[in-house]
Design a protein around this ligand. Structure first.
Ligand SMILES: O=C(O)CCC(=O)C(=O)O
Ligand SMILES: [Fe+2]
Length: 218
């Protein structure tokens, strides 16, 4: 399941994050690339001192506060997160993300855009699904959440700057299909509650949802 959620962080907060970011420096993104991805990674990443780490954490927490982000990730551990930037034709060629980061399994990758669509050209995140490639250009405050097992790339940024929070998460629910099913069921439970309150159907649906979650958590 690949989920594109729009406006998970509001525009004024994105503006504050970008203002703060302007006071920090960026270094070569190759420094954090695994051996397999180093040769195709051509971007910059926020150099992390204590203050910059605070900004990464603040952005991450704001994103995780969104209930749909929470439902899509079911985060057990955020294995790693960083702010990256592409400009002047920079790109990140086809790669797969490392399976293990900081003692955590990476089930899910995510990109939260800090740049508006009119602030950069190119820069699509392209994912090689089994049925073919699909691309997303993200607006400021949008997040793309995708299973870490796919090959993916960031197309060259041909004008402007594309800045994003990227991260990897170990989920309570390891299997992507199970997560997708729970994501749908959670919506069904909520819709039933909104339409009919604590109906018989609501009780059965929420019981099944909670018990599937209990069964699949690891
Ligand atoms: O910037 C992005 O959207 C994704 C970057 C990426 O694939 C990575 O850092 O592994
Ligand atoms: Fe990646």
């Amino acid at each position: 399941m690949i989920i594109h959620l729009q406006q998970v962080i509001d525009k004024p907060t994105i503006d504050v994050i970008n203002e703060k970011l302007a006071q920090h420096t960026f270094t070569d993104g190759k420094l954090s690339a695994g051996a397999g991805a180093k040769s195709v990674k051509n971007n910059q990443q926020l150099s992390v001192d204590q203050k910059a780490q605070g900004l990464v954490d603040f952005t991450l927490q704001r994103m995780l506060r969104n209930p749909w982000v929470e439902a899509a990730l079911r985060p057990k551990t955020i294995a790693r997160s960083m702010i990256n930037r592409y400009q002047n034709e920079q790109s990140y060629g086809v790669h797969v993300d490392d399976a293990l980061m900081n003692q955590a399994r990476t089930d899910i990758s995510f990109t939260l855009s800090l740049s508006a669509l009119d602030e950069y050209q190119g820069g699509a995140l392209t994912i090689d699904e089994h049925s073919g490639e699909r691309s997303w250009r993200l607006d400021a405050g949008d997040v793309l959440i995708y299973p870490s097992h796919f090959l993916h790339q960031v197309e060259p940024v041909t004008a402007g700057q594309r800045t994003a929070l990227v991260g990897w998460c170990q989920s309570w629910v390891r299997d992507a299909q199970q997560r997708a099913l729970l994501f749908d069921m959670q919506q069904a439970v909520m819709q039933e509650f909104e339409a009919k309150g604590r109906s018989e159907q609501y009780l059965l649906l929420s019981k099944s949802y909670q018990n599937l979650l209990r069964m699949w958590m690891d």
